[in-house]
Design a protein around this ligand. Structure first.
Ligand SMILES: [Zn+2]
Length: 475
């Protein structure tokens, strides 16, 4: 047997052993909801009327629960004279009030169910791809379901547990200093593979990705859409051919056609885009076969598309995405207005056979890169990580006109302490370079982009005019 064949067999056995260990470990620690995973797998074989009936059953249960145990919803429904029994069908759902990000921000504790003790709730904050971080709670089961959905998406792409994954993801320094045997076990056995920081991309980090990829031979690549586009462009320009993987999964922001094309060409693998947000997790995903429309996760999400008068849009028209999370009983989010826009798919069915509701033409959630003066690209999402540390800031916009200067305009809900502003300025300077002139300005309003969405990173530098990214040798 030649050494290459024996190497492949060896790595297959190693992956299989790792996968078995990871499966047992995650089941014992209750990290995965096995029943929900089975349901998700089955959902692809169920017809639309059955899916809608199941969805409606869950909507009714959730609404009764919210009215009985969530002060915010009882108050809102009483205000307009509605009782849960008045909502008799899916169409009646539109009589319920909408929930905005501002409502979530101002009524956080009133939105928590009195049936849940705080020790059974997990507090987290939004991924901030809108520049308006919000805090919220997940109950334990719902939190487990989010991890289960991620696992399901990966297996749908052909990945098998135990196989290495390449991640191009946000890894600010403070989150990677985890040590100890549990971290070692997780990194080598439970979640083998590697992570390259998508917040800071230059030739050195892109080369690091290539080296790690060759070392690990991952079967799946996961990353922020924009960062994956950068990586794919680098691979094509440098004529670097990597061993093929089963699929590439993009997430966290809008995947535009240009980047999608680059990623497919560079990796020669199917590309799946995931649509979701931290508050409600997975909303919809492209299937690996069709790679076009987005299948809605109907087992846990009820999705509406609304026009400017809050009426349902017709097929083919673009509307605002409003979602109800059917599983977070600890803090129900009913008719949560995300601010993204999409259209209902007009194609009759999907080649994969899954008869779910489908979206097309997702709009919004793009995020510019910023530039350090040395040419390193900084992913805009990283700025969110810094700004979230200042809870008094409710919205901001960071504008970069040149390689020497950035201006951060912010709206506050109460005065930001001077020490906190100095801290933010220092962290921005660490991120964008010590030479960068950084101005922080309190403002009353912020401009919106042409699409009506708030654009929180606004970079005016033409990438072609930025200095060449520093190479590994120069570092
Ligand atoms: Zn499909």
């Amino acid at each position: 047997m030649c050494s290459k064949t024996s190497q492949i067999i060896h790595s297959k056995w190693r992956n299989r052993c790792r996968g078995s260990l990871a499966g047992i470990y995650k089941s014992l620690r209750n990290e995965r909801d096995s029943a929900y995973l089975r349901t998700l797998k089955q959902s692809r074989h169920l017809n639309m009327s059955f899916l809608r009936q199941r969805q409606w059953d869950k909507m009714r249960i959730l609404l009764n629960h919210a009215y009985q145990s969530v002060p915010y919803y009882r108050q809102q429904m009483d205000k307009v004279g509605l009782k849960p029994d008045d909502i008799r069908c899916r169409e009646d759902w539109s009589h319920l009030p909408l929930l905005s990000k501002n409502d979530l921000r101002h009524h956080l504790e009133e939105l928590v169910s009195t049936d849940y003790a705080s020790k059974h709730l997990y507090q987290t904050s939004s991924g901030g791809s809108t520049g308006e971080p919000v805090r919220f709670y997940l109950d334990e089961r719902r939190r487990r379901m989010a991890g289960t959905e991620t696992h399901w998406i990966h297996t749908w792409c052909g990945w098998r547990e135990g196989e290495p994954i390449a991640r191009l993801w946000g890894a600010p320094e403070k989150t990677v200093h985890v040590s100890g045997i549990r971290h070692f076990f997780r990194r080598l056995i439970l979640e083998p593979g590697f992570l390259i920081d998508a917040y800071s991309l230059n030739q050195a980090t892109l080369n690091n990705f290539v080296d790690a990829y060759r070392r690990w031979s991952p079967t799946l690549v996961i990353g922020y859409a924009q960062a994956l586009g950068e990586l794919a462009n680098f691979l094509l320009e440098e004529k670097i051919e990597l061993p093929s993987c089963r699929a590439v999964v993009s997430s966290a922001e809008l995947l535009n056609q240009h980047n999608a094309e680059l990623i497919r060409r560079a990796f020669k693998a199917p590309l799946m885009d995931r649509y979701g947000c931290r508050e409600v997790s997975l909303i919809a995903c492209q299937c690996p076969q069709a790679q076009k429309d987005y299948h809605i996760n109907m087992f846990r999400i009820f999705l509406e598309l609304l026009d400017d008068d809050n009426q349902p849009v017709e097929p083919g028209a673009s509307g605002r995405v409003v979602v109800t999370d059917l599983a977070n009983f600890g803090m129900p989010l009913i008719r949560y207005d995300l601010g993204d826009r999409a259209k209902w798919s007009s194609s009759p069915g999907c080649v994969c056979g899954w008869d779910s509701e489908r979206l097309s033409n997702l709009e919004g959630r793009t995020c510019d890169f910023l530039f350090r003066s040395d040419g390193t690209k900084i992913h805009g999402l990283y700025i969110n990580v810094l700004v979230w540390e200042v809870p008094q800031i409710v919205r901001y916009r960071l504008c970069q006109e040149s390689l020497e200067q950035v201006v951060l305009d912010y709206i506050e809900n109460e005065p930001v302490p001077a020490a906190k502003l100095l801290w933010l300025q220092a962290r921005l300077r660490e991120t964008l370079g010590q030479q960068m002139d950084i101005t922080l300005r309190k403002v009353e309003t912020l401009p919106k982009s042409k699409s009506g969405k708030h654009q929180y990173i606004d970079c005016h530098i033409d990438p072609a005019e930025a200095p060449a990214t520093p190479s590994r040798k120069q570092n």
